[in-house]
Design a protein around this ligand. Structure first.
Ligand SMILES: NCc1[nH]cc(CCC(=O)O)c1CC(=O)O
Length: 314
């Protein structure tokens, strides 16, 4: 089919949340489309959409609950045709999309690792016993308490900027942020130490950007083909199949990272009790085109070891 390209008269509308990180990701997407097809910047329109997750800042995410806290309003506008594509952090995306939408275009993944952030520039190893660490991630909390039960974790909501401000105010001595977020925000002045995956296995899909569209919008599908990064897709296929098989949501401490080497893919996964008292991890290597199957097998293996009630609150 012949592709119709966006023009200043008929723009491609890019939907995104309004946080600085979300905007950086939308700008990256626009830049890649401009580059791929030699299009002017004003062939695109960035449409900022506020989500429930952005508006409610005073409660822990797990209390508000529900799927799609950061995506529903954006997906509604996509379905209604008010925007043409939506740019998302893949780590925040449920494994299934609403009927009529598809999320199969991934930009090249940034660094998937977590960073330890302390304004004085210290490291996790040197953090004194009894120190307070802020995070709103159940995964990071469980992983931290598993290794360092001597530390205290406090709830730390808000976007990257808000969390850095809270550190400055002394609400906590340190926090964790994704390396990808710091890099995309070009936040060079934020003291951070990268944490190796062996020490803190990242969230599923951390560091990857996904572009969602309407299933029936073939023109946009063609446009996006030039942007899709195959190796990132292969890694996310394994990680997201692992997550799906665990029936995971943001309310469960689950970690996973797939790495490619030649024709093979290795998926490492971890599940934890919410209080960090127990962590189970394992890995499977197999052919690169069997990532999803590997993800399901790894999940089965860990679920068998975990037994019933592993994820229950305690
Ligand atoms: N849940 C918020 C969120 N979603 C994606 C990122 C970071 C960027 C990424 O993983 O692509 C962050 C912030 C953080 O964890 O520090």
């Amino acid at each position: 089919m012949t592709v119709t390209f966006p023009t200043p008269a008929r723009t491609l509308k890019i939907g995104t949340r309004g946080s600085p990180l979300a905007l950086a990701q939308a700008h990256e997407t626009r830049a890649r489309l401009m580059q791929a097809y030699d299009l002017p910047m004003d062939a695109f329109e960035i449409v900022v959409i506020s989500t429930q997750g952005d508006r409610v800042q005073d409660r822990a995410l797990k209390e508000i609950g529900g799927k799609g806290l950061f995506t529903r309003e954006i997906e509604d506008q996509l379905l209604a045709g008010d925007i043409d594509i939506a740019v998302h952090s893949m780590k925040d995306m449920p494994v299934d999309q609403p009927d009529g939408l598809i999320l199969d275009c991934y930009l090249p993944r940034e660094n998937p690792c977590d960073a330890f952030v302390q304004l004085s520039g210290g490291t996790l190893q040197d953090l004194p016993s009894g120190s307070v660490v802020g995070t709103s991630s159940l995964r990071r909390k469980a992983q931290l308490l598993h290794r360092r039960p001597d530390l205290t974790v406090v709830e730390f909501r808000g976007n990257v900027q808000t969390r850095l401000r809270k550190l400055g105010e002394g609400v906590a001595e340190a926090t964790f942020l994704a390396m990808a977020g710091l890099n995309r925000l070009d936040a060079k002045d934020v003291p951070r130490t990268e944490i190796a995956p062996e020490d803190m296995l990242p969230a599923i899909a951390q560091g990857a950007i996904g572009i969602e569209r309407r299933l029936t919008d073939e023109n946009t599908a063609s446009l996006l083909q030039a942007l899709h990064h195959v190796p990132t897709g292969q890694r996310l296929a394994a990680e997201r199949a692992f997550l799906a098989a665990l029936d995971g949501s943001c309310e469960t401490p689950i970690a996973g990272l797939a790495m490619l080497q030649g024709d093979s893919i290795t998926l490492r996964g971890e599940i934890l009790r919410t209080d960090g008292s127990e962590a189970l991890s394992d890995e499977i290597t197999g052919p690169i085109d069997q990532g999803a199957e590997i993800g399901r097998r790894l999940a089965q293996r860990l679920l068998e070891r975990a037994g019933e009630g592993f994820f229950d609150w305690k």
